[in-house]
Design a protein around this ligand. Structure first.
Ligand code: ACO
Ligand code: LMR
Length: 260
């Protein structure tokens, strides 16, 4: 007797039931043997699309440029503190990943969403900035704690230069660069940042807005794993902040009054 069961989940991206995984229908080994690379797998699993060589090269460069940015940023610091507390790799990397959000690394999706909204609605930069200020607050993809017009972010220059050298239309990137012109003139650290640049480029090559933070998360995971292995290799001690790094603004020690 056959029993009909309602499926618990529905998947549309991959199938592991044969002798090897198929990504959007394509066997992994065939992808390898026909010269496809990791960015193509990203394209298949995140957008169900066999991306072109040119698009794959752009994604590879985004990944290489955003794989790590040293130990001081929120994500790496989270992973390093966990590693030094003796926490295992997956949890330490997760501790770093949890830092990826609206201020650090996780502004890619919203940057893409709002730049696209502005381009689709043919907004001027001034209209866009007024709209953002009124409705959403800081513009995702704009601003950096240490990079500025005087201390430019080479990663951004590299990616913009490469993408602009290609024969493709880049309306979102062009708009984002126009936004930067206005914001950076107001305050010199309000530059187009890595999140904003990759967001605009990825929207321009057709990636869905909801997938965009994934590009930073995926790339930075390479660095976070590196930081965990690095601390482990050095057998680093537990980290405890030094008192002098803290502004103790709590009330001075005082007598507890009698319980009433
Ligand atoms: N849009 C508009 N105004 C901004 C923006 C922005 N994106 N960022 C900062 N400002 C303004 C602030 O309102 C503030 O103005 P005020 O002096 O009049 O009060 C001033 O610039 C300084 O702001 P801070 O928050 O002190 O700047 P900080 O250096 O701490 O912020 C940060 C850096 C968090 C990146 C900020 O610019 C921001 O939130 N940007 C948007 C989110 C984003 O894109 N994050 C990704 C950064 S890149 C990365 O993580 C890989
Ligand atoms: C990063 O890539 O981690 C950053 O741009 C954030 C930073 O503060 O350097």
């Amino acid at each position: 007797n056959e029993v009909m069961v309602t499926p618990l989940i529905r998947t549309t991206i991959s199938d592991d039931r044969g002798d090897e995984p198929c990504y959007d229908g394509y066997p992994a080994s065939e992808l390898i043997n026909k010269g496809y690379e990791i960015p193509h797998v990203v394209g298949l699993l995140w957008d169900k699309r066999l991306i072109s060589k040119q698009e794959a090269e752009i994604i590879k460069r985004i990944m290489m440029l955003s794989a790590d940015h040293g130990p001081c940023v929120s994500g790496a610091l989270g992973t390093i503190i966990a590693a030094c507390a003796g926490i295992g790799m997956s949890q330490s990397v997760a501790a770093g990943l949890i830092m990826i959000g609206p201020r650090f690394g996780g502004a890619v999706t919203d940057a893409g969403r709002f730049f696209k909204y502005a381009v689709d609605n043919k907004m001027t930069v001034d209209e866009f900035l007024t709209y953002m200020k009124k409705n959403h607050g800081p513009v995702p993809g704009i601003g950096h704690r240490v990079k500025s017009l005087r201390n430019p972010d080479k990663r951004v220059k590299e990616l913009v230069g490469y993408v602009k050298s290609l024969p493709i239309k880049t309306p979102c990137l062009d708009f984002a660069l126009q936004v930067e012109q206005v914001t950076a003139a107001k305050k010199d650290n309000l530059i187009l940042n890595v999140d904003g640049t990759m967001a605009a480029v990825l929207v321009d090559i057709g990636f869905p807005v909801d997938s965009l933070n994934g590009f930073f998360i995926l790339s930075r995971t390479i660095g976070l794993i590196g930081h965990w292995v690095d601390q482990k290799r050095q057998d680093s001690r537990l980290i405890r902040l030094f008192d002098y790094l803290v502004n103790y603004a709590a009330p001075k020690r005082r007598e507890v009054p009698p319980l009433k």
